[in-house]
Ligand binder design. Structure first.
Ligand code: GDP
Ligand code: CA
Length: 314
């Protein structure tokens, strides 16, 4: 058994999580992103965590990669009729989970233990750990001023250019002991091919997190979310560009330079190998597109093969 700890956002993170979750030789802990969380209709919604929960419990809507399958929108229709804004799609079945979480939060339960209980009830074998129990929320500045992350991502469909990011509450937050232990006790740490700016950074920058990454003896391997300078889905390439980073695998290497020891890029980007080596990160090429379940399983296995081939594990 290899103890793998995966840092993950939503859709890209969940694909990687599923690959490791399928592997019988892996004991998987996923540290998810809570900085996309927000309140809708009085309910606390945690989109990235729920995407992972729905994926690993088989409830996910496979064609869109998020939300629940066989979903309805009757509750949302009522809210619309009552004059509420309904650009954030929350399905009828999905609402059940938000009601459960919100009620428990109101009773004073910690987000970590609520997530633990949902995972258990939904039959997950992998463990989901929150990086913090404190409230951290990504805010996005565009030409329209400061927006919440979901206003930018869902309502405005990532169209406005991102001029600045702010992780509200980050400096006052602290790492969850479970997250710290899963970093220090891991044999391998993987950064999923999630959005570096809004999925991975709000995890890594939680006070205490970098310290844990420095303490661990595990190699830290990132999978590039970009292939040939483009995302598979989402705004990561556009955001990197508008915030002054290179939007290619060299940009990813530079962005993660002080955190990761190993990087996995696509065969199409093999031309960057030499440039990346100057960052000191050991880089490998393979097919990093996870088209289907087999693709996820294969990529997770290839990462484990790299891990087992390392003579000095870091
Ligand atoms: P979100 O929270 O739902 O936006 O999802 P994440 O932040 O976890 O992941 C978004 C990133 O996943 C995007 O930048 C995509 O390019 C990347 N991504 C999605 N599918 C794949 C894939 O199959 N392979 C790789 N390498 N990246 C992927
Ligand atoms: Ca997200």
């Amino acid at each position: 058994m290899t103890r793998v700890t995966l840092l993950a956002g939503g859709v890209g993170g969940a694909k990687m999580a599923e690959g490791f979750d399928m592997n019988k030789d892996v004991e998987l802990t996923i540290i998810g992103n809570v900085a996309d969380d927000d309140e809708f209709h009085g309910l606390w919604v945690s989109p990235d965590i729920d995407t992972i929960i729905y994926t690993l419990s088989g409830k996910i809507n496979r064609s869109q990669g998020w939300g629940v399958s066989d979903e309805g929108h009757r509750a949302l229709d009522v809210l619309k009729e009552l004059g509420k804004e309904t650009w954030m799609f929350l399905g009828d079945r999905d609402f059940g989970l938000h009601i459960y979480r919100t009620e428990r939060l109101k009773n004073g339960d910690l987000p970590t233990s609520i997530t633990h209980d949902i995972s258990k009830q939904f039959g997950l074998s992998s463990k989901i750990v929150l990086p913090t129990d404190d409230k951290v929320q990504t805010k996005v500045r565009t030409h329209n001023g400061w927006q919440t992350f979901q206003e930018y991502f869902v309502r405005d469909k990532c169209i406005p250019e991102v001029l600045e990011l702010h992780y509200e509450g980050l400096l006052q937050s602290s790492i969850n002991p479970e997250a710290e232990n899963s970093i220090i006790g891991a044999e391998l740490i993987v950064l999923a091919p999630s959005n570096p700016l809004v999925s991975i950074t709000p995890i890594i920058e939680i006070p205490g997190f970098r310290n844990a990454l420095q303490k661990t003896t595990a190699p830290i391997l990132a999978v590039s979310p970009l292939i040939a300078g483009k995302v598979i889905k989402g705004p990561a390439d556009k955001m990197l560009h508008s915030l002054g980073y290179r939007s290619d695998v060299l940009g990813i290497a530079q962005y993660y330079q002080d955190v990761v020891s190993h990087l996995l890029i696509d065969n199409q980007d093999s031309g960057f190998l030499e440039d990346i080596s100057s960052t000191g990160i050991k880089t490998y090429c393979t097919d990093i597109l996870m088209k289907d379940a087999k693709g996820k399983e294969r990529l997770a296995q290839e990462i484990l093969n790299i891990f087992h081939s390392l003579e000095i594990k870091r």
